[in-house]
Write a protein that binds this ligand. Structure first.
Ligand SMILES: [Zn+2]
Length: 268
């Protein structure tokens, strides 16, 4: 049994067969899915997805994703504040910093990215919610900003930084989200970091429809889904020399602790 701590199940990629995707997740041992958002105009779609009839509990998180910084406005931050007050919200996310593209590094947009993140960290504090963070080419900058606006708890999703980043993030009370990257033969650094961290410091995630585990990608799949978490769990089990049941159970416990989810699966 495991929780998918990060899946964009509301994405249009799942529109044709969302129920079948959820059924396959359940058959693969997934007991709940956290669904973070990325843009204001998707909040209603995300709520509808999480409130719909589903074989599994779907927990919504609302936030403004750094990759869409050019779209976000002050009004969107006000809207976010209203959405965070609705029932069943488990986190503020997906929020963070991204310096991957030249456009995102443009000084004006970079400043705005940081302002939007700082505002959302303050919202998380005001609503007493954990955060789901995204960082790409920006771990040092993220850590500096988190030190100014410390979140109570949260997940740094798709972690792929260095060991000193991992320690700094854990010191801030966060845990690391481990996804399909750990299955890649080249992910030597990440696997080495995981061997050096306590078992309570990570959770697992699909980040579906993106971030396909390596074996599934090689088999020709192009859309990720929560059922493929089994590959990520298997890679973690091999890395840590533990059973897959142990990895899944450990990840589930940590996700429930960080996001304050009910202890047993099956409804909120
Ligand atoms: Zn994501």
């Amino acid at each position: 049994m495991v929780i998918d701590s990060h899946c964009h199940l509301d994405d249009d990629a799942f529109a044709p067969d969302r129920d079948a995707v959820i059924a396959r997740a359940q058959a693969a041992g997934v007991v709940g899915i956290v669904v973070p958002s990325y843009r204001e105009h998707c909040f209603a779609r995300l709520r509808a997805c999480c409130d719909g009839v589903s074989a599994l509990p779907l927990w919504p998180a609302y936030g403004l994703h750094p990759c869409y910084s050019g779209e976000h406005t002050r009004e969107h931050l006000s809207a976010l504040q209203r959405w965070l007050a609705t029932p069943g919200v488990v986190a503020v996310g997906e929020i963070g910093l991204d310096r991957h593209s030249e456009a995102l590094r443009h000084p004006d947009l970079w400043r705005w990215q940081q302002d939007v993140l700082a505002a959302q960290l303050q919202l998380a504090q005001a609503h007493d919610l954990p955060v789901i963070l995204h960082a790409r080419s920006a771990y040092a900058e993220l850590i500096a900003l988190l030190r100014r606006h410390p979140p109570g708890a949260g997940i740094v999703h798709a972690f792929n930084g260095r060991i000193e980043h991992a320690y700094a993030l854990l010191d801030l009370g966060l845990v690391l989200g481990i996804g399909g990257v750990v299955t890649q033969p080249s992910a030597v650094r990440l696997r080495d970091i995981l061997r050096r961290l306590p078992a309570q410091s990570w959770v697992v995630e699909s980040d579906a429809p993106d971030m396909l585990p390596h074996p599934v990608y090689r088999a020709g799949q192009r859309r990720n889904e929560p059922a493929f978490l089994a590959y990520t769990i298997a890679a973690l089990a091999q890395t840590l020399d533990r059973s897959t049941d142990w990895v899944a159970g450990q990840a589930e416990q940590t996700t429930r602790r960080v996001l304050r989810l009910p202890l047993m699966g099956g409804g909120e």
